[in-house]
Design a protein around this ligand. Structure first.
Ligand code: F0G
Length: 482
């Protein structure tokens, strides 16, 4: 992937791959999309994928594989113990991370279960740049708590700061001083920080965190699920890394950490997960839990075919042309939307394009779920499915009150190598149309609210007949279009 300057002066991302397998898509007309949204309880998680034109819910487990990955799947060695496939995957991880020990697991949260059961105890603390939902849940399940110490710039929606995922080093030092180092289970850095809009940390920041960990004898854990985006941004934005290869930066990052874990649904264009380390003691401490929860040590709950695809996908992740596809498409989308006055998280990060619903539909109060309402409206207007990342994704307190999220984002994930630029342009166009007509969008209220993880299964209804009005306006503006 590389950005290319056209004769017209426009700069566009150019795909450095060709499509050899395709999947047919349906774009149901707006009237049907309205009906499907009603049937899904205004919750994009409850839509059937066959009714979705562009599935931008997540980039997890939905990235396109390459011909080389598919070919490798035919060579899988399916044995319970000692499979050749495991050796190939382990060797690849050793080559790219420099870590001789590898524990496979069925996905990212399974790695978190193993790490947290091993290192988190009642009352312990895990300082981190920012939490991810499953990580926080596993730490709390084991009696621990999290301390989010992202730099202040990190949670500002619009910014030009290149590394919004950086950890605040002074805050880290203070936490250790106030609580004592024995209370710290480990320090966690999340690459391509998911919940603040796929924002990277710098290599220098990781070095600074390592220094504090060394001074206090603390374990440093890297969540590498979104590593490739972070690598791309380090190479693009950090002066010291401009002449380094992606492989060199990866090796340097991994060498600064004691444990590297990842969701292979994100890293490596496959499915599964794993934990890598160079430290034999840490490996031995975690090993038993793999056989208890995942499977034998040489497959860990993964299919060997996926493991073969992962080994090749990890190799491909060291290719700058391949890993730049996501960030460059995202940057194109973010910049086009920003030019049209649509409020988006800036600078463009990895993972996807994040629309600031707090501003987009500023007339909707937070207890009527602005980001959820915007997600429903966007599906009706375009068949594009996004994910609410705001108050709907929060859990009620034990007294029944509702915490208001400090950001109301509509996440439009960009699965890697899946969409063409004309599809991205279509999404941009419909979002701009929706923005022009934003006054028509109103809020939602729960009609079925599960106690936990309500955003997955909850059903909502519009507070008025605003969706009928939105459909009518769409028909007026696009009389002949789907
Ligand atoms: N860490 C990060 C940074 C993630 O983004 C995810 C998953 C996980 C851990 C958990 O991995 O799903 O394989 O168990 N993120 C997905 C998403 C769910 O849609 O952003 P998993």
């Amino acid at each position: 992937m590389s950005e290319i300057k056209f004769f017209s002066g426009e700069t566009v991302p150019l795909e450095m791959h060709k499509v050899t397998i395709v999947q047919k898509l349906e774009l149901p007309p707006v009237e049907k999309r309205f009906k499907f949204m009603q049937e899904a309880g205004n919750n994009t998680f409850l839509l059937n994928n066959r009714d979705v034109f562009m599935d931008m819910l997540t980039d997890s487990g939905v990235n396109a594989m390459s011909d080389r990955q598919q070919a490798a799947m035919l060579m899988a060695d399916d044995s319970y113990a000692g499979s050749e496939t495991f050796t190939r995957l382990k060797d690849t991880l050793e080559e790219i991370f420099g870590t001789p020990y590898f524990l496979p697991a069925h996905q990212g949260r399974a790695c978190e279960n193993i790490i947290c059961q091993t290192f988190v105890t009642e009352g312990s603390i895990v300082p981190m740049n920012y939490h991810f939902t499953t990580t926080k849940a596993h730490i709390e399940l084991n009696g621990g708590s999290i301390e989010e110490i992202i730099i202040d710039e990190g949670t500002k929606v619009t910014s030009e700061y290149p590394f919004k995922g950086n950890m605040d080093i002074d805050k880290l030092k203070n936490i250790i001083k106030e609580n004592g180092k024995d209370k710290i289970a480990f320090v966690r850095m999340e690459a391509g920080t998911n919940l603040i809009g796929g924002q990277p940390f710098s290599l220098q920041n990781l070095k600074d965190v390592r220094k504090v960990c060394d001074e206090n004898n603390l374990i440093l854990v890297l969540d590498a699920s979104l590593l490739t985006d972070n690598l791309y941004f380090i190479k693009e934005r950090e002066e010291c890394c401009k002449s380094k290869s992606i492989r060199e930066i990866t090796l340097e990052m991994a060498s600064l950490c004691d444990i590297v874990y990842f969701s292979a649904r994100k890293l490596g264009f496959a499915r599964g997960g794993g934990i890598s380390t160079s430290n034999q003691d840490l490996y031995m401490k975690m090993r038993e839990l793999v056989t208890l929860y995942e499977g034998f040590l040489t497959y860990g709950g993964m299919s060997v075919r996926e493991m073969e695809a992962l080994a090749v996908g990890l190799e491909e992740s060291m290719d700058e042309h391949i890993i730049s596809q996501g960030p460059q498409f995202i940057s194109y989308m973010v910049n086009e939307l920003a030019k049209a006055g649509v409020p988006v998280v800036t600078p463009a990060g990895g993972l996807g394009c994040h629309i600031d619903a707090m501003q987009f539909v500023s007339h909707i109060p937070q207890n009527q779920y602005p980001a959820g309402a915007l997600a429903a409206a966007l599906y009706i207007a375009s068949g594009v499915r996004g994910m609410e990342r705001g108050t709907m994704s929060e859990q009620r307190r034990s007294d029944g009150t509702e915490p208001m999220s400090n950001m109301e984002l509509l996440r439009l994930a960009m699965p890697r190598r899946v969409f063409t630029l004309s599809q991205v342009k279509y999404a941009i166009d419909r979002i701009i149309w929706l923005h022009e007509n934003r006054h028509l969008i109103e809020g939602l209220r729960f009609i079925e609210e599960p106690k936990s993880l309500r955003f997955f299964f909850g059903r909502l209804e519009p507070v008025s007949n605003w969706q009928e009005k939105l459909v009518a306006k769409f028909r007026e503006d696009f009389p002949d279009s789907l």
